[in-house]
Design a binder for this molecule. Structure first.
Ligand SMILES: Cc1cc2nc3c(=O)[nH]c(=O)nc-3n(C[C@H](O)[C@H](O)[C@H](O)COP(=O)(O)OP(=O)(O)OC[C@H]3O[C@@H](n4cnc5c(N)ncnc54)[C@H](O)[C@@H]3O)c2cc1C
Length: 396
């Protein structure tokens, strides 16, 4: 960290520094230069000052002792009486990362009646499951749940904490990282662990045009959220291994200022993230009713349908059917894209699919770079033909 300082006793108020600053970050006030928020600490003013009255000061950054923070903690989310599958995906990734640095993988469970899930988690290769089980934790209250996870972090000192990028996880993780004055990277698509235990948190940035590598160098723990369907869940081991640690409820739970007045369960709705087969319509479709053939093919194959963002923007589809950075991440066994160009904001959230078939008239369309089978042609000829063939196969 660095900052610019003006030595008042040397400054003669000539204003050369103000004129030299390329960011307009210096202003004269009462005959003396002052920095505003636009200062980038570039040091041009330091060089331009003929009186040597401006200094660039380096400030010391306290660095945590990384050897005191070990292991990877996964927040195992139970909501609506179900263990969210993203928790197992995170355990799978954590185990992979932990191997190189000889870390253990631990999990923390919060809620009421969640003890049965602790037994289940021991089948996935974690060394410890910490459980905070209490009627006061029956419904998600961000501050109370954060107090439980904070309590375990203070006890276990994990180097890395992974949280699912669900609505609950997105509310919990920032509260925790703030309590520890440390970094959090949301919606990571890849994670790597360096030998010095720095977590490389990789995610699309600047509208998906670059993949940013974000590192928390000076503080611990390192918090990251990851969306559902981005990582692989490990296979369930027949025999459980590891320990269950029942923790006392911390004071923060009773001190919570939030109370649950009533709960209205939202009926479960099929999500494109859970579909095994998806047929996707893109801007290659000329009119809204042409989505009917996308839906028909999807239904014939026993799958679901989805779209790209432009179709949501036109009002032909809804956000819960949009694949992409600002929509859902999908990983079906089969995905057929029809009239989709393959922008990074779309492909980053479907390129983990087992089989990708792309139909596009443009042989140079980027979608063909991620497709396993590319069909260069007109979707208005190919899709009706596919529908006809599937019906014929089934004798309809
Ligand atoms: C911050 C940000 C977030 C974004 N998030 C998302 C997101 O979540 N999801 C998303 O989808 N996009 C997102 N986008 C937009 C993204 O950049 C693309 O604009 C979008 O994915 C393009 O959609 P498309 O492929 O349907 O349309 P286009 O790029 O217009 O492609 C249409 C394709 O159809 C082909 N075609 C035309 N006629 C036919 C035909 N008869 N038969 C076969 N092929 C045909 C064309 O050759 C073309 O390749 C985001 C952009 C930004 C900046």
């Amino acid at each position: 960290m660095a900052k610019i300082a003006v030595l008042e006793r040397k400054c003669v108020g000539c204003g050369i520094c103000v004129r030299s600053c390329p960011f307009g970050a210096m202003e004269m006030k009462d005959g003396r230069p002052e920095m505003n928020a636009a200062c980038k600490v570039c040091g041009i003013c330091v060089k331009s000052c003929p009186e040597k009255a401006i200094l660039r000061l380096e400030t010391r950054v306290d660095t945590v002792d990384k050897t005191k923070w070990n292991d990877i903690l996964v927040f195992a989310e139970v909501s609506g009486g179900q263990l969210h599958p993203v928790s197992l995906e995170l355990i799978g990734k954590a185990r992979e990362l932990a191997e190189n640095v000889h870390f253990k993988v631990k999990t923390v469970l919060v809620g009421h009646g969640v003890s049965a899930f602790a037994e289940e988690l021991l089948h996935y290769g974690v060394s410890e499951v910490a459980v905070y089980d209490d009627p006061a934790l029956g419904y998600f209250r961000a501050d109370a749940w954060a107090s439980c996870v904070e309590d375990y972090i203070l006890y276990a000192h994990p180097s890395v904490v992974l949280v699912g990028a669900t609505s609950l996880g997105r509310s919990l993780a920032p509260r925790l990282s703030t309590r520890f004055h440390t970094g959090l990277t949301a919606d990571c698509t890849r994670l790597e662990l360096r030998p010095n235990t720095d977590l490389v948190q990789i995610r699309p940035a600047f509208g998906g045009n670059i993949m940013a590598q974000i590192i928390t160098t000076n503080t611990r723990p390192q918090f990251a959220t990851v969306r559902y369907k981005v990582m692989d869940a490990p296979a369930r081991m027949p025999a459980p291994a590891g320990e269950i640690l029942r923790r006392a409820i911390p004071k923060g739970v009773s001190a919570s200022r939030a109370s649950c007045v009533s709960v209205t369960p939202v009926p479960p709705k099929a999500s494109i993230s859970d579909a095994e087969i998806l047929v996707v319509g893109g801007r290659g479709l000329r009119k809204e009713s042409d989505l009917d053939m996308i839906r028909e093919l999807a239904a014939l194959l026993g799958g679901d349908w989805a779209t790209t963002r432009p179709l949501v923007e036109k009002g032909w589809s809804t956000n819960d059917r949009q694949i992409g950075l600002s929509g859902r991440t999908v990983r079906p066994r089969l995905i057929i894209t029809c009239g989709v160009s393959g922008a990074i904001q779309f492909t980053a959230c479907m390129n983990g699919s087992d089989h990708i078939i792309a139909i596009n008239t443009d042989p140079a369309a980027p979608i063909f770079e991620v497709a396993h089978i590319g069909i260069t042609g007109d979707l208005y000829e190919i899709i009706p033909e596919m529908i006809r063939r599937v019906k014929e196969e089934r004798g309809a």
